[in-house]
Design a protein around this ligand. Structure first.
Ligand SMILES: [Fe+2]
Length: 200
């Protein structure tokens, strides 16, 4: 049984996938989504994100953005790279929690999605994973890098598609970035650092 905060986030997420063509085109929204037990895990990046009250978003993204912010304190913030040499540095500037998928109360198969926050002035080095990925910027902006392509500055409402195992990176400058990220395909394997951009 979902509480009202996560029920609202589920409805907002389903609506976001329905209304944003890039998400609708990327994959079907999972059905069913089943309430699961998932302990909250706090991260200081959650506080940093919630402190960014002046970050503008787009009207079309507002309900989802607000619903995700409301759920952030009861979410299980992730430790994806904590056991790597660059992990502590990364997690001092980048945090995420799962919205729909495996490590979240909104349990589903076949797709995983995440709310991510990156502090200003940080370079998240080149990494890759077998899952295909799409970023939808919710607020702030970032410079997105995909190996072999020119870097792109993306703001609220814009998307970046990362094919399976394609190295990609993300740089923030004078603003933080809040984004919604969706994985499809091989969603179980963790990302790894790409040797061409060693993080240490
Ligand atoms: Fe990625």
């Amino acid at each position: 049984m979902l509480n009202t905060t996560w029920q609202a986030l589920l409805e907002a997420t389903r609506a976001l996938h329905r209304d944003v063509p890039a998400l609708s085109d990327f994959c079907d929204f999972p059905d069913p989504v089943t309430a699961r037990a998932c302990d909250a895990k706090h991260d200081p990046l959650c506080d940093a994100m919630l402190g960014q009250t002046a970050l503008p978003t787009l009207p079309a993204l507002q309900v989802f953005h607000q619903s995700a912010m409301a759920a952030a304190r009861s979410a299980q913030w992730r430790d994806t790279y904590r056991d790597t040499a660059f992990g502590e540095t990364l997690h001092a500037h980048f945090g995420s929690f799962e919205v729909v998928g495996r490590d979240t109360v909104l349990g589903a198969e076949g797709m995983r999605s995440f709310l991510v926050y990156q502090a200003p002035g940080f370079h998240y080095p080149m990494h890759h994973h077998p899952a295909e990925e799409i970023y939808l910027v919710l607020a702030g902006w970032g410079e997105f890098h995909l190996q072999g392509q020119p870097s792109r500055r993306l703001e609220a409402g814009e998307t970046a598609l990362h094919p399976e195992n394609a190295p990609h990176a993300l740089t923030t400058h004078d603003a933080p970035l809040v984004a919604y990220v969706v994985w499809k395909g091989d969603v179980e394997k963790k990302p790894v650092w790409t040797e061409t951009d060693p993080p240490i």
